[in-house]
Design a protein around this ligand. Structure first.
Ligand SMILES: NC(=O)c1ccc[n+]([C@@H]2O[C@H](COP(=O)([O-])OP(=O)(O)OC[C@H]3O[C@@H](n4cnc5c(N)ncnc54)[C@H](O)[C@@H]3O)[C@@H](O)[C@H]2O)c1
Length: 226
């Protein structure tokens, strides 16, 4: 297994040098594939070792003939808005001061829309009125996830947050100005004297960052039209 992984790493390094740029999505894909191969060395039916095909896109059990393909777990990530503010939350495992959009794994049998409504209700006790798909992203954590990003709005007047403390450490509504200040900030967060709430946003490569920027641009457009 070690030789196989080493070979894959060398192939990956060559590919990156040929590309001439550190493309994060390529790195994410490579990392996810290497981890998947490392975790699928044996057939779950026969217990025999599985074999990787030349392209590294699947593994086959020579005994049971079962073909194993790499899998991804769908995760919904939602930026909730009340029309004026957006809702951001943090888990205790996040770096100090970091707030992000709400995320959660889709359950078996659930549609994306159902998963968004359930996650928002479970994590902050709010009812989604309208939701809109934005974009998606492959994310290598914790194994291999397909992040499905959406914007959601809650019913007007129904904005009282009930933080589920088993899932989140905190959640709050943030104004356009507060988010703009956090987006302008470069590097790690340093609390200012007049700031009561330590607040920073996910890095640029995370789809959460893209959702927040998109919400800001839409908000700026609607303010200009008003
Ligand atoms: N790219 C981004 O912008 C971004 C932003 C926020 C979160 N995320 C990712 O979204 C994922 C989900 O976020 P969360 O932690 O809030 O979700 P969550 O609230 O659903 O909780 C995670 C828990 O779900 C369980 N779970 C259910 N199905 C699982 C599966 N297929 N694989 C692993 N665990 C599973 C585990 O017990 C795990 O501890 C995380 O991996 C996180 O890295 C990405």
């Amino acid at each position: 297994m070690e030789t196989e992984l080493k070979g894959s790493f060398i192939e990956l390094r060559k590919a990156i040098f040929q590309l001439n740029s550190m493309d994060s999505s390529l790195l994410f894909t490579a990392q996810a594939l290497l981890r998947w191969h490392a975790n699928h060395q044996f057939c779950s039916r026969s217990g025999q070792p599985t074999k990787k095909n030349m392209a590294g896109s699947k593994r086959v059990c020579p005994s049971s003939k079962i073909i194993y393909y790499p899998q991804m777990a769908p995760v919904v990530i939602t930026l909730v808005s009340d029309g004026v503010r957006c809702l951001l939350a943090r888990q205790s495992s996040f770096p100090k001061g970091l707030y992000s959009a709400l995320a959660g794994f889709c359950d078996i049998g659930e549609s994306v829309e159902e998963a968004v409504r359930r996650e928002v209700a479970e994590e902050v006790g709010l009812e989604v009125e309208r939701l809109e798909y934005s974009a998606s992203q492959h994310w290598p954590f914790p194994n291999s996830s397909l992040m499905i990003a959406c914007h959601a709005t809650v019913k007007p007047g129904q904005t009282e947050i009930q933080v589920n403390l088993r899932e989140l450490e905190a959640a709050a509504w943030f104004s356009h100005d507060e988010v703009a200040t956090a987006l302008r900030r470069k590097g790690p967060y340093i609390q200012q004297e007049n700031e009561t709430l330590p607040f920073s946003l996910p890095p640029r490569l995370a789809i959460a960052h893209q959702l927040i920027k998109e919400w800001m641009e839409r908000h700026a457009c609607s303010s200009r039209l008003a």
